[in-house]
Design a protein around this ligand. Structure first.
Ligand code: ZN
Length: 307
């Protein structure tokens, strides 16, 4: 077994302070209203989404995590457990070290992530893999220093960017009140051609719903007026980071947190355990490729927009 790497406990002081300062209403009450759970385990089907090794388009390297902003709150929205580890784990681990309070939202229940050879795909088999994958995601989050993992428990493999999902995410944004949002790309990226995981319909749906929730709904009191009536005031997210986007304009140096990214991925035994040597090799190659054009040993890449 690999050595345990660093990591901070979920809900550390940083997270508690941030909650107390930033949350206008009861956090857990808001989650319960939404049918969300922040303290249970789950699991999906993700033919995972390796972070895109596409080139950073010769744009200048900017790194907002390098002192431009004071640490605040960041929200990561993905479809499945392990999606965040593939796409942005080095970045969020870096931000967590800098003092950011980071929350991870997993939209599906992860119930479709069992063995490719499975013949029993019934309810109890799905419940078992859901529990396994939620536990794996919590373990990975601890390694990265995240504050909490919230599961929206939408059916794995069937995620759609519905108004219901948008509303769930608006509720979370207005409750957690993040400065930064990270999500998957709502657009298909055809480079490179072997990154099939990026075409997973759940990934595209999660990206579409997250961006629609950020703008305009989260900041517009006229959208979902019942949320306003509950006391969830509008909130404007200032920065959007999109993983796997067709156009890249942001390169984040993860040289110091690549080991955490790999350690967090290693927690997803049910999806990656059998081939982890190959997974680690591929992740190191992607990170190196992302960084080399900018003189970095390892990087993650995004399309970033200020708002
Ligand atoms: Zn996935």
């Amino acid at each position: 077994m690999p050595a345990t790497v660093v990591g901070q406990p979920l809900s550390g002081n940083r997270c508690q302070v941030s909650r107390a300062k930033r949350r206008p209403t009861g956090f857990h009450e808001a989650l319960i209203i939404c049918g969300m759970q922040s303290d249970t385990p789950s699991s999906p089907n993700s033919p995972n989404s390796p972070n895109s090794p596409n080139s950073p388009n010769d744009r200048p390297v900017e790194n907002p995590a390098d002192g431009k902003d004071k640490p605040g709150i960041a929200l990561v929205v993905v479809a499945h457990p392990d999606d965040a580890e593939f796409g942005c784990a080095g970045t969020v681990a870096k931000w967590a070290r800098e003092g950011w309070a980071i929350y991870l939202v997993v939209c599906t229940d992860a119930s479709g992530g069992g063995s490719d050879d499975a013949t029993d795909v019934g309810l109890s088999a799905r419940q078992a893999i859901t529990a396994t994958r939620k536990a794996e995601q919590h373990a990975a989050a601890r390694i990265l220093g995240l504050c909490d993992v919230i599961f929206l428990d939408q059916p794995d493999g069937l995620l759609m960017p519905t108004l219901e999902l948008r509303k769930m995410l608006v509720r979370l944004i207005r409750t957690i009140r993040p400065t930064r949002l990270i999500c998957q790309s709502p657009d298909r990226n055809w480079k490179p051609n072997y990154a099939i995981g990026r075409h997973h319909p759940d990934h595209l749906a999660a990206g579409t719903a997250a961006i629609a929730a950020m703008y305009p709904a989260a900041q517009n009191p006229w959208d979902f007026p019942d949320l306003l009536a509950e006391g969830l005031k509008p909130h404007k997210v200032r920065e959007l980071f999109v993983m796997g986007a067709p156009e890249v304009n942001q390169v984040v140096d993860i040289t110091d947190t690549l080991a955490l990214k790999i350690a967090a991925l290693r927690e997803h035994h049910s999806q990656l355990g059998a081939n982890f040597v190959e997974v680690e090799k591929r992740i190191r190659e992607f990170a190196q490729k992302n960084g080399e054009a900018h003189g970095l040993a390892a990087a993650e890449i995004f399309n970033r927009a200020e708002h």
